[in-house]
Ligand binder design. Sequence first.
Ligand SMILES: Cc1ncc(COP(=O)(O)O)c(C=O)c1O
Length: 379
Amino acid sequence: MIYLDHAATSWPKAPGVAEAVAQALISPVGNVGRSAHPMALAAARILYDCRLALQEIVHTSAPEKTVFTRNATEALNIAILGSLAPEGRVLTTAVEHNAVARPLHHLMSNGVHVDTCACDVYGIADAADFDRRLGTGSYDLVVFTAANNLTGAVNPIRSLVESCIRHHVPFVIDAAQAMGEMDIPRFGEGAQGALCFSLHKGLLGPSGVGVMGLYGDFSPRPLIYGGTGSRSDSVEQPDFLPDRYESGTSAIAVIAGAKAALDHMAIHGQAINHERKRLADILWDDLSRIGQLRMLGPREGRSPIVSVTVREGSIDRLAQALFAKQVAVRSGFHCAPLAHRHLGTEVHGGAIRFSVGHTNTEAELQMVSDTIREVCDGR
Ligand SMILES: Cc1ncc(COP(=O)(O)O)c(C=O)c1O
């Protein structure tokens, strides 16, 4: 099989991830914060070490401001649902993933107003329109994706966050496709908001753990209430971090694996990124020469995603040919109906997304573009 679905989840995982998960399971590791015995402390150490490694890449002001969740979706739901009042007003983009679009859609039925800023053909936010709208003082929250999961197109995070700071509006950033693929800038003084992502995509970690990095005083209501090991004599949810959001037993072994992935990326991340981008550009250039295809991302300024649709008809024959040759891609709508609507791909059955990993080879990509060319040529 040729695996070109790294934007869904990475494979293979970083070296050391499986061993770290196994080690945490076979070593004397208890539960976090439930006691002060050595096994409980060993579990607490695993979470703390991972938080420290995460702080290095998300630049929160303290390790406890990197809150563990199950995945990016859960982090986004806490940040969005937990920070808007029924009559709240949100500014977002035209191409958000369902992890953002569905919570917003749900809130709309509760009276929340959702506005979309001007976006270019790939859904990149127009920073001037974004700033102008925030300047009206009408918004309670901004939500935008760092890197789009259909086109790979990257938003100007730094300038969008600067607008939020200037106009005192909290932000929620969906960094699911960005982490591991690009550096997250240090946000300036006055930044209030959350950066949400999973560990299992560009960071090459295991599935089962996500992060909500918190900036400034941004403090959404928790979605889950329960035991934290702290303040056990009270029925009040602790309001300190990370316990405010981390009720119930954490995925301790998975978090040990996540730490191994972060360690690997700290050393090899740049080279891995360079290779992913190099390979994705080779595929992009090759597919862009096939006249029947329409490229869906910008050539520059995108994560290692190459999405195409057909100019006429449906993508089905292409998807079937790839499936028959055991090329694992994602075809269809990518949990991104808004992005497909924005790009006008619905009439073709969506798109085929190739998402490249650093372990792919040029020979694999050649085989993929040969397959596509054969179908397009009717061979
Ligand atoms: C842009 C974007 N946001 C959010 C998510 C949700 O991530 P997860 O499934 O890890 O919660 C994805 C997953 O593909 C994504 O691509």
